[in-house]
Design a protein around this ligand. Sequence first.
Ligand SMILES: Cc1ncc(COP(=O)(O)O)c(C=O)c1O
Length: 389
Amino acid sequence: MQHPPHDAQPPLIYLNNAATTWPKPDEVLEEVAGCLRLPLHEPGRTTGSGSRDYPSAAREALAAFFHAGPPEHFIFTQNATDALNILIHGFRKRIGMPFHAITTGLEHNSVLRPLTALEQEGAISLSVVPFQDITVSLAALKQAICPETRLVVMTHGSNVLGSVQDIRPIAEYLHANDIFFIVDGAQTAGHLPVDLSDIPLGAFVFTGHKALFGIPGIGGFFIADPDAVAITRQGGTGTDSHTLAHPFGMPMRFETGTHNYPGMASLCAGIRFITSTGLDAIGKKNQDLTRTFIRELRTIRGVTIYNEQPDLPVVSFDIAGIENHEAGFIMARAYNIITRTGLHCAPLVHERIDGGNGCVRASFSYFNTCDECRAAADAIREVAASADR
Ligand SMILES: Cc1ncc(COP(=O)(O)O)c(C=O)c1O
């Protein structure tokens, strides 16, 4: 197989935004640098330092962005995985006896692994509802529900198929049936308007470093009723220090130790960037990028696209005659195009779409251009042509 020499490096094209967005808006970088330049202001813990109260500012920004409150019901964690672990294990602890839980075939391992661990302990029985086409319907979920069902954990947006689930009717049904609903919004937060005032779910999980344009190391969840989930961690909060019992008040009930202040600063600036640019404008740009890329890919012999009509800027594909990881490696080394290959931490999706082999995923963000999409497609055309020989 012949490939262009990699001594003349072409400009970097970053198409791995579903993993983590890059670049970050300038104002995010500036806010993080500004936060780190000053001593931390830890509200309730230290005397005033003159710098910003980032925990409160970030909670208020999230509450306004997701139309939910009070702000103290937004809890900060390390990332979406951490949030899902706190919620899933905390819910099980609160229930205290074996129950039935449901998840879907679209999930990321950050949902599948905590649930599987609980299943292996005998704490839950677990049903995995398959997706039809690229989504999971309320009708399919209803078929899995039984009198012992207490929990449903489901992704809002698939990181492989780019499909968005219609969570409102699902939330309404589960709420009416007293089933706790955790939504993994890792792929949708920052991409779509999410109005939590209108969706009666138990908890909504987000991560900072993807479409919210924050830095890695910050994520969290909104919880409507904090009493629905028991705490699984205890430690310092800077409050109620006279008692050895972990405080009950929100948000410290779920937050322990020193906060990720730069991460919170990045979230404030990321949300500000999204709001000032407009979610509509961001969505439109992402749609243009995705359509351009798919239109080009369709013309390439040997390319199979697994999601021709994604809701999110995520396109998964394979090239005949070449393993996905090799294709990704060549694109990175020879063309300086960064994609992601393999199973994308979503093994059940790949079991269905490509026999568990994995695929190449290109994912876009506001800072990509349609020219980059065309250049990436040209590279894929060359890789496909040489694989065909
Ligand atoms: C759907 C989905 N859920 C959860 C996660 C985990 O996010 P984090 O890396 O922030 O823990 C990801 C990350 O790729 C994801 O795509």
